[in-house]
Design a protein around this ligand. Structure first.
Ligand code: XMP
Length: 322
């Protein structure tokens, strides 16, 4: 790859921050930039770098795509308000569900999300914020590596796939953390003064809960996985694992409730030990914890009759389902 990785042991966070702030300021010049904040470590780090470089000339947006976790938009906006940053919320739920309608293939889903995000939603914002000619975003080294290797098209990788954003969407993309992997991004985030709830937050993918729905993504199916995700995050928060998630399967299975057949949904739980998501090993969770997950998910998430735990390493599995 033409991008040079900065490994954790080579990283001087203060120097890195200083250099990136200077770089952003010099690229944007007197102009304005916008950025998309999802509340994850990567986009939060880039938001802080951009804010240091540009102050109010950075306009930060949270795109409500309908695929986020429960209460996410409000949580992110209030965390950043406390840090002195205003976050504008854009409701794009209908657009995303429309774009995802009828699509079942994983790569096509990812492509639809990328297109909706960069062309439809940000293309429009740039037209509104007439002086903004730059989009700052938190693409990291692993995102590019996996996309270039053809493992998964990460939603935020553009140039390496031949997408010229200037030509196609009317703005240039700036990617300040593209040389870092997640472990290094966390160090930079901490040095930027972000709270621990952000710098130690478990990773969450750009395509959001759509990366965890096998088959068609509809508002109803997202709601199922959202409810299961909440339970998994509550139950596994204290494990200290790298990442934990719930996946909704496409196939239904026969279950039994109150003595009657109930042909219902299947949820798969994954919990990963990993350093930077390049490889991963399922966490050896206590059996009682697995039983609690099964019990809560089948009673609290309507329609679910089966809960499984993934015991496969990455590779050959990947962290997310699609
Ligand atoms: P996979 O599923 O490829 O995930 O093993 C590796 C790590 O990346 C996250 N992930 C994404 N992050 N855009 C992102 O910013 C994406 O499109 C995307 N897909 C997966 C995933 O949660 C894991 O931490």
């Amino acid at each position: 790859m033409e991008i040079k990785e900065i490994k954790l042991e080579e990283l001087d966070p203060e120097k890195f921050i200083e250099e990136k702030v200077k770089e952003i300021a010099s690229i944007v010049g007197e102009g304005m930039a916008i950025n998309a904040l999802s509340g994850g470590v990567d986009s939060s780090t880039v938001t802080m770098l951009g804010h240091r470089a540009l102050g109010d000339r950075l306009k930060t947006y949270f795109i409500e795509n309908g695929l986020m976790r429960e209460g996410e938009a409000q949580k992110v906006a209030s965390t950043f308000r406390e840090l002195g940053l205003q976050v504008k919320l854009v409701d794009a739920r209908d657009r995303f569900f429309e774009a995802l309608k009828g699509i079942r293939d994983p790569e096509e889903k990812r492509e639809a999300i990328t297109r909706t995000f960069y062309r439809d939603v940000f293309g429009k914002i740039v037209m509104k914020e007439r002086e903004a000619r730059f989009l700052l975003q938190g693409t990291n080294y692993t995102d590019v590596e996996e996309t270039v290797a053809g493992i998964k098209r990460q939603h935020n990788v553009l140039k390496q796939l031949g997408i010229d954003t200037q030509e196609q969407y009317g703005y240039k993309v700036i990617e300040p953390i593209i040389q870092l992997r997640k472990d290094s991004v966390r160090v930079v985030a901490r040095n930027l003064g972000l709270p621990e709830t952000i710098y130690n937050r478990i990773p969450f993918p750009g395509p959001a809960l759509a990366a965890r729905v096998i088959g068609e993504v509809t508002p109803e199916r997202i709601e199922v996985v959202r409810k299961a995700t909440k339970i998994v995050e509550e139950e596994l928060a204290e494990t200290g694992a790298f990442q934990f998630l719930a996946i909704l399967h496409e196939d239904k299975v026969t279950g039994v409730r109150e003595g009657k057949r109930d042909f219902g949904l299947q949820i798969e739980v994954r919990c990963w030990d990993s350093v930077d998501a390049t490889t991963g090993t399922p966490t050896k969770l206590p059996y009682e914890k697995l039983e609690k997950l099964a019990q809560r998910i089948t009673t609290e998430v309507p329609g679910v009759v089966s809960v499984t735990y993934n015991i496969t390493k990455k590779p050959p599995s990947t962290i997310e389902a699609i």
